[in-house]
Write a protein that binds this ligand. Structure first.
Ligand code: SF4
Ligand code: SF4
Length: 290
């Protein structure tokens, strides 16, 4: 079977998807000619090697609709739920394929630049990639490829937002005031489960969110079209009720992490970070009169 068929089969097993592949020579030539562009400055080749013929980007679609949040519970963005579920599906299969020496799973590459160049989508003013098919409701991975396959040409359009500014206006912290450039220090997501100290003025704006914000994505007209995909399951009160996390006993707190990891993945379900975010959420829920 051809390599692209192998990759497509794994992607189809995981979720609805879009795959674009670009040649290494095209990427390098483009970078040489566009050294001053912001996209070019994000393209780095540390993980890519001389034997790679190119890179394939896979976008996996998911449903961004949140379930209702039960009283006294915290919420998570469906992005984290689905990326965790999808990872469990594709990762063992791709690892197996990588053992053949035909691909390498790239872990430290700038996905958005490659996605834009490959035609997976355009940069939005919210600095997220979107396309007509999925909006911005997708999760991406990149594979280095070691064979000649059918390549896509480079996409040279950076954005299709035109005069729209809905995401810029919707952001509660003005993190998008410089369009296409996210001010990380002003983005609520930057402070959730990352270990970075949260500025006092941002704490109330986090409301009941454990991880994820999505306000700028929900405002985007590219995401209006129904995805037709299943929504994330209802929040399990056993996992998301905030009172459960208000315990001083560290070992009891640690014991709750595997259950939470089922929803958001092990990388995010780290006790010290979850505890900090839970304290913020608890205070917000109490102030809200729960
Ligand atoms: S995720 Fe939230 S805080 Fe961050 S840019 Fe979007 S709307 Fe603003
Ligand atoms: S809301 Fe408008 S400006 Fe923002 S990403 Fe979507 S189309 Fe672009």
């Amino acid at each position: 079977m051809s390599l692209m068929l192998d990759i497509k089969k794994i992607a189809d097993t995981t979720a609805p998807n879009l795959i674009r592949s670009i040649k290494m020579d095209d990427i390098k030539n483009w970078k040489d000619l566009n050294r001053d562009s912001p996209i070019s400055q994000h393209l780095y080749f540390d993980e890519l090697d001389d034997h790679m013929t190119g890179v394939s980007i896979i976008a996996f679609q998911y449903n961004l609709d949140y379930p209702d949040v039960p009283k006294g519970c915290m919420s998570i963005s469906p992005y984290y739920y689905f990326s965790n579920q999808y990872y469990r599906c594709y990762n063992p299969l791709l690892k197996e394929l990588s053992l053949t020496g035909k691909i390498k799973i790239l872990k430290d590459t700038h996905l958005k630049s490659l996605a834009n160049l490959s035609g997976i989508g355009y940069y939005g003013k919210n600095s997220i990639i979107h396309n007509e098919l999925f909006g911005s409701r997708f999760f991406m991975i990149a594979l280095g490829v070691y064979e000649e396959i059918d390549w896509n040409g480079l996409n040279l359009e950076a954005s299709d937002c035109s005069s729209c500014k809905l995401c810029v206006q919707a952001c509660p912290t003005q993190a998008l005031d410089k369009p296409y450039v996210l001010s990380r220090q002003q983005c609520l997501r930057h402070y959730m489960l990352t270990g970075v100290e949260v500025p006092e003025e941002y704490k109330p704006l986090m409301a009941d969110r454990l991880v994820g914000c999505d306000i700028c994505q929900k405002a985007c007209p590219k995401n209006i079209k129904e995805s037709g995909l299943e929504k994330m399951p209802d929040y399990d009160r056993e996992v998301f009720h905030i009172e459960r996390y208000m315990v001083n006993d560290s070992s009891r707190f640690n014991q709750m992490m595997p259950q939470l990891a089922e929803w958001i993945g092990k990388n995010y379900a780290r006790a010290n970070r979850v505890r900090e975010q839970c304290n913020i959420i608890y205070s917000n829920i109490k102030k809200g009169g729960d």
